[in-house]
Design a protein around this ligand. Structure first.
Ligand code: FAS
Ligand code: PHB
Length: 390
């Protein structure tokens, strides 16, 4: 088998890159370890920056997003019982975010790829990367019981934090930076109208809580839980009781309970691998970096990586220039680290850290008070939340 770009991973990063390359006439094959159903079963992000919405339109998959996505002009912060709305649109000079689940983004991209008849190998086993430090990289894998070899010009490692791409890079060539948080997020999906028409991020003595949504009839909630918690130890009732304890009364009173469609615990970490390029292997999305979901940046960072990487591949094949490829890692990391900072800051602002004392609690309260009374402070949050320029 031969292609121009071999893409490892059919999550949002890999599928979006494949869609953009295919529409530009650049041949590509996606190798995915899991089935399409499994990929679609994962409930993850929910908030898209305008830059990602624009890129999805450029990829030709903005139709359902326009019809079903919920455009939000702001969100609220709650500290114990105080509730404060940040007017994103006013503070950012007119920018907004769109609530549209990652599952739907992935579904739209899978359907678009099928419509183009582009090859995706699902349930590819033993994917292995070879000779990406030379001029003729290749990928081997097993499918339907047969060993296969894919010769390519470039490999895009879009296979997430636990993927094979970053793991294939010699440790001496990689520098990693990590912060593991002493808690996780227990998330629940329910077919009930959301408690509020915009997102509510709550800092409470008992811990963080988030009220989000997927549509006017489907809500997504999260509560901070200690490390080591097991999802089977949380009944739906226990979840909703804890959620309502952490919300201001006016929001808690509007929470409608119902049977969970999905319930899972996600660990929180900040992680960056540098550089994001090794010869003819390029890392994008969670394969290269992870942010705590507090700032709603993970999926959106995958999109900006793909913006830069697609532009670089197109420049290589169309214009014969390698400037974009040579500049990819530095350009992507400049935006990654600003999103890492914002996600780290939001996580420190809103969570209860078990090992911290009253001083940190007072600092959190001072941050909140500053945000409420300073337009400059609120503007800084707003311009990061809607997404810094690509
Ligand atoms: P993904 O991990 O989505 O996709 C990688 C793909 O590669 C997967 O399909 C995987 O099966 C495949 N793969 C792995 N190893 C492979 C191999 N060896 N061979 C072939 N394929 C392989 N972000 C937010 O903004 N908000 C959130 O609330 C949020 N919640 C999250 C909850 C969880 C549990 C996790 C893990 C992440 C969450 N994220 C959230 C971040 C998430 O949305 C990611 O940023 C997003 O999925 C990144 O997309 P990809 O880079 O495509 O990686
Ligand atoms: C979600 O809806 O899943 C969501 C929204 C905002 C976040 C994290 C998750 O910061």
């Amino acid at each position: 088998m031969r292609t121009q770009v071999a893409i490892i991973g059919a999550g949002p990063a890999g599928l979006l890159l494949g869609q953009l390359l295919s529409r530009a006439g650049i041949d590509n094959v996606i190798l995915e370890r899991r089935s399409a159903d499994y990929v679609l079963s994962r409930i993850r992000a929910g908030v898209l920056e305008q830059g990602m919405v624009d890129l999805l339109h450029e990829a030709g998959v903005g139709g359902r997003l326009d019809h079903e996505g919920l455009v939000h002009d702001g969100f609220s912060l709650a500290f114990n019982d105080a509730l404060h709305r940040l007017d994103l649109k006013k503070l950012s000079g007119g920018k907004t975010v769109t609530v549209y689940g990652q599952t739907e983004v992935t579904r739209d991209l899978i359907e678009a790829r099928q419509a183009l008849g582009r090859p995706t190998v699902y349930e590819a086993e033993n994917v292995a990367l070879h000779h990406f430090d030379g001029p003729a990289p290749r990928v081997t894998f097993r499918t339907n019981g047969q060993e296969k070899e894919l010769h390519c010009d470039f490999i895009a490692g879009c296979d997430g934090y636990h993927g094979i791409a970053r793991a294939s890079v010699p440790a001496r060539s990689l520098q990693t930076f990590e912060r593991v948080y002493p808690f996780g997020w227990l998330g629940l999906l329910v077919d009930k109208p959301p408690a509020a028409h915009e997102l509510v991020y709550a800092n409470h003595e008992r811990g963080f809580a988030l009220c989000s949504m997927r549509s006017a009839g489907r809500s997504r909630y999260y509560v901070q839980v200690p490390l080591g918690e097991k999802v089977e130890d949380w009944s739906d009732d226990a979840f909703f009781d804890e959620l309502r304890r952490r919300l201001p009364a006016e929001v808690a009173g509007a929470v409608q309970t119902g049977p969970s469609l999905e319930k899972s615990i996600a660990p929180l970490r900040s992680f960056v691998a540098e550089p994001m390029r090794f010869g003819r292997l390029f890392l994008a999305g969670d394969a290269a970096h992870i942010v705590p979901p507090t700032g709603a940046k993970g999926l959106n960072l995958a999109a900006s990586d793909i913006r830069y990487l697609f532009d670089a591949f197109r420049e290589h094949y169309r214009d014969g220039s390698n400037a974009g490829l040579d500049g990819y890692s530095a350009r992507a990391l400049a935006r990654v680290w600003k999103a890492e900072r914002f996600s780290w800051w939001m996580t420190n602002l809103l969570h209860r850290f078990p090992e911290r004392d009253g001083f940190d609690r007072r600092i959190q309260e001072a941050e909140f008070d500053y945000l409420v009374h300073s337009r400059a402070a609120a503007t800084a949050v707003a311009e990061n939340y809607v997404g810094l320029p690509y």
